[in-house]
Design a protein around this ligand. Structure first.
Ligand SMILES: Nc1nc2c(ncn2[C@@H]2O[C@H](COP(=O)(O)OP(=O)(O)OP(=O)(O)O)[C@@H](O)[C@H]2O)c(=O)[nH]1
Ligand SMILES: [Mg+2]
Length: 432
């Protein structure tokens, strides 16, 4: 997996945050710039409505140009989306060679540099091209245009490449869906770990799942990998990663996903489709949140995540993580955890408070996941012969065998996915 150095876009950045009403906060955009590999040399805020021409207004744009010259900055990062016209005007207003970069482009750059996963790479490329196309059409500065495209007829090439990528993507998504079905047929429970970037999803994956075994490294299941970095930076995880585990003797696949972030345009949200598919199609979706966020910010992040995931197949369990880092409940004036729990509970089916780092509350979470998995318990009667033995050993592979009693027949109590029980009933002489 890439470390932060190999992802560097390089260069120095001035970041600009603007808000109409409240005081703009540059914390998240600075962290995004950092994740994209920029050294942030200055943070500028502005309290006003968006300027349709230049986002910040001409006066401020001139100031930024001056500041970029003084600090010898390579890019100016705008905490929002620049439409093609704003982008082109800012290219004109900023000094030669200083590029305007908006929030979307920043996220695209992080992904473009960091992902090793084929589907994610294709999606990012498609999103990048779709993003660049209308902007290329507006740029008049030749120096800037040649920077954006290496060779050929930029616009035709771009349209062509988008088409080809979209076809390839449909195939890759189908493969992922088949893989989920295979796992279900093998009796495995599918648990997805989703949420805003940096909430602690990967840390939780490491807590819940078993360590990787070498025999898991199977090309048919390329998402089973050992590379899932935990870092205090945005978008440490850039592709979905699945690991196996057991709950009560029951096989489970835990899938860690790419974190969400606020205010991304539709194209880019599309590029999260691998993550969204895994999160929505799981038997249980864990929505992880960072309890150290203030309740208002927490509410926004929960909303962003819920909107991105959409309808889920199974229940959504809210995981209020990092409770070790929140001031304790024992302080009578500060029921901070309770308030955050309520914010999360408004949006999901159930809430469990944990510290993935300190291994606190994980057993309660496991119990909750176990309850939420779609399983049934049944007592089956197998013939006491070779056929019965074969069915029993198949059951050990596909279900949790709770009890076996040998008599004239073999009486087995098992817990399994309903589809597994159906298959075994078809093989057995009698079932209750
Ligand atoms: N205090 C505290 N920190 C935690 C906890 N869980 C995770 N962290 C820290 O939070 C940071 C992010 O953790 P990750 O597990 O990488 O988070 P993620 O959600 O996978 O992040 P992305 O992959 O970047 O979206 C790391 O510095 C972790 O050590 C926790 O329970 N308590
Ligand atoms: Mg992660």
């Amino acid at each position: 997996m890439q470390d932060s150095q190999s992802r560097l876009a390089g260069g120095s950045a001035i970041v600009v945050a603007r808000a109409a009403s409240e005081r703009p906060d540059t914390a998240e955009i600075e962290r995004l710039a950092d994740a994209a590999g920029y050294a942030v040399v200055d943070a500028v805020t502005q309290q006003r409505r968006e300027d349709p021409g230049t986002w910040v207004g001409r006066g401020k744009a001139a100031e930024l140009a001056e500041r970029a010259r003084e600090l010898d900055a390579d890019v100016v990062v705008f905490d929002g989306g620049l439409d093609p016209g704003q982008y082109a005007d800012l290219v004109d207003l900023l000094p030669d060679g200083v590029e305007p970069v908006d929030r979307y482009r920043l996220v695209l750059d992080v992904f473009a540099e960091g992902t090793g996963d084929k589907r994610a790479a294709l999606q990012v490329e498609a999103a990048r091209l779709a993003y660049m196309l209308p902007r290329l059409r507006r740029i008049t500065k030749v120096s800037q245009l040649s920077k954006a495209v290496e060779k050929g007829n930029p616009i035709l090439d771009v349209e062509d490449r988008i088409d080809r990528i979209e076809n390839e993507l449909a195939d890759v998504a189908e493969l992922a869906a088949e893989r989920r079905e295979q796992r279900r047929e093998a009796g495995q429970g599918l648990v997805a770990i989703a949420g805003y970037t940096n909430a602690g999803k990967t840390t939780l994956l490491h807590r819940l799942a078993d360590d990787m075994r070498l025999d898991d490294a199977d090309p048919e299941h390329a998402d089973l990998t050992d590379s899932s970095p935990i870092e205090d930076r945005l978008f440490a995880t850039l592709e979905t990663v699945t690991r196996r585990g057991t709950l009560d003797g029951f096989g489970v696949c835990y899938t860690d996903t790419v974190g969400f972030v606020d205010a991304l345009p539709h194209d880019l949200v599309e590029s999260f489709s691998a993550t969204i598919d895994e999160a929505a199609a799981a038997d249980v979706t864990l929505l992880v949140v960072d309890a150290t966020d203030d309740p208002e910010r927490l509410r926004e992040k929960v909303q962003t995540s819920i909107d991105a995931i959409g309808e889920t197949e199974g229940p959504v369990v809210g995981v209020l993580n990092k409770i070790d880092a929140v001031p304790g409940d024992e302080d009578a004036d500060d029921d901070s955890l309770g308030e955050r729990r309520d914010v999360l509970a408004d949006a999901v089916d159930d809430v469990v408070a944990v510290s993935a780092l300190a291994d606190d509350g994980i057993d309660a979470l496991r119990d909750r996941v176990r309850e939420a998995l779609p399983t049934e318990t049944a007592t089956l009667s197998l013939t006491n012969d070779g056929d019965g033995q074969r069915t029993l050993s198949w059951l050990y592979d596909h279900a949790s065998v709770d009890d076996v009693a040998y008599g004239e027949d073999v009486t087995v109590t098992v817990t399994a996915r309903p589809s597994v029980l159906e298959r075994v009933r078809a093989k057995t002489t009698d079932s209750r």
